[in-house]
Ligand binder design. Structure first.
Ligand SMILES: [Zn+2]
Ligand SMILES: [Zn+2]
Length: 135
C-alpha cells in the first residue's frame, strides 16, 4: 500500500476538509492495519482529543468511505471494521481470536460466470475459519 506523506493534502485531494480530528482518524487507520472498529479508534484517540465523540469518528469514517479512501468491512452483521488499504484484497476472519487477516486477490482469481454484461464497482471477499495460531 502507498505511503502518505501529508494527510491534510491527501484528504484535500479527495474533496475532504482536513480538520484536525479527520487527520487523526485517518492517520490512526493508516498506521494500524488491524482493521479496527469505531470503538477501538475512539478509545485510542479520545485521550488525546477529549472533544472527540464516537459519532464524529463514525461520521468521519462514512465520509472517508464515500470519498473512496477507506474500505468498510462488514464481515459480521453487527460490527463494521475499517481499512485504509484500498487495494483489491480479501479478508479472512478467525472465528477463535477474532483477528482479521488480509490476503491478496489476483485480478483473475475470481471467475464470475454469467456476469459478463454487468459492470462491477465493488468486490468484497470474506472468508472465515481458524488462523494458524488457533487451528
Ligand atoms: Zn486466530
Ligand atoms: Zn484489509
Amino acid at each position: 500500500m502507498r505511503t502518505i506523506e501529508k494527510t491534510d493534502e491527501y484528504l484535500k485531494a479527495h474533496g475532504i476538509m482536513p480538520s484536525y480530528q479527520r487527520i487523526r482518524v485517518f492517520d490512526y487507520l493508516h498506521n494500524n492495519r488491524n482493521h479496527p472498529t469505531v470503538d477501538s479508534i475512539y478509545k485510542e484517540l479520545v485521550g488525546d482529543i477529549p472533544s472527540l465523540s464516537k459519532t464524529t469518528v463514525y461520521n468521519t469514517l462514512r465520509l472517508f468511505n464515500e470519498k473512496g479512501i477507506i474500505l468498510i468491512i462488514n464481515i459480521e452483521d453487527n460490527e463494521s471494521r475499517f481499512d485504509a488499504d484500498i487495494s483489491n484484497h480479501g479478508h479472512f476472519k478467525c472465528k477463535e481470536c477474532g483477528e482479521i487477516f488480509d490476503f491478496d486477490l489476483g485480478k483473475d482469481d475470481l471467475h464470475i460466470l454469467k456476469l459478463e454484461e454487468f459492470s462491477i464497482d465493488e468486490q468484497h471477499v470474506y472468508l472465515k475459519g481458524r488462523c494458524p495460531k488457533c487451528k
